[in-house]
Design a protein around this ligand. Sequence first.
Ligand SMILES: *Cc1c(COP(=O)(O)O)cnc(C)c1O
Length: 351
Amino acid sequence: MLEWKKNVRFVEPYVPGEQPKEEGIIKLNTNENPYPPSPKVVNLKMDLEKLRIYSDPEALELVSAIAGYHGLNNDQVFVGIGSDDVLAMSFMTFLNSDKPILFPDITYSFYDVWAKLLRIPYETKALKDDFSINIEDYYGENGGIVFPNPNAPTCLYMPLDNIRGILDHNRDVVVIVDEAYIDYAGESALSLIDDYDNLLVVRTFSKSRSMAGLRIGYAMGNSELISALNSVKFSFNSYTMNYLQIKLGVESIKDDVYFKDMIAKVKNTREWFSKELKRLGFSYPESSTNFVFATHNRVPAKELFEAAKKEKIYLRYFANLRIDNYLRITIGTDEEMKRLVEFFEKYLTNN
Ligand SMILES: *Cc1c(COP(=O)(O)O)cnc(C)c1O
């Protein structure tokens, strides 16, 4: 073995959903929004000569647009390159105990990758059979807690009372709630940040704001948490947010009517599509996200996944034991979901 290899940090990376290059596909595998970003974003004229200079290291325009939108002060908001970057920074900043951090066994599969990368001990807690989180699993001693709400890929929303239960038993560690899909669900944990100075709420522009390609994520919490995050960020990379992210992010926040409309459209399609799935023999937890997590009563998920792909319909399949008979299906346009239903109908009749 080459000597230098001893000092290399080897990690098993997170594997994102495929981004196929072929034309004419129906892409329902990475929970992107099927609709474009707000016309205010699409049509914004920008002064690209500004790219000559460094972007604002504090991304103040974007921070203050987000803070204003949520009724917070600027010092309660941290922005980053997608919520993946914000979450990684949060792991680095807050999860430095010798005790294991806790997260569900079935959840966003980046958490264990960051834990391994940053050498943070962790323990997973099994979801109940109905995929809900058993909050008492999180009452013991730990080095911090992270979970998405709604959880992914299970699409289940956990009511705020349960989150309060977890927080009440964890006053001495940071609790991170990853709200990537909250706009499709119920009440946000944001209303709890005044009561719990150890609560960090993380959001993204990638799903409900149709801007996955721009890479904007943010965290909200008590100003001391945000200040700690900024210290780590400024020790790592001052210019995380570029001119385009700042300008276009602000435009998205300004167009709340469009934003709410797109959410309503996706939720409507979700309700229709879920009923169709039931009719076709699928079952699923009630979705509070822009995707459904479904299993068929006869045909294995892997088979359906592969057959759909042959028809240029991309779904997400996880080989993970507990969920290896489930498909995660992003809600697309009505037209796309009709095509998928037609495909299932035909396939299930003939197989
Ligand atoms: C999509 C997703 C993210 C990451 O989103 P980006 O902002 O695009 O990095 C984080 N957490 C969960 C649960 C997600 O589904």
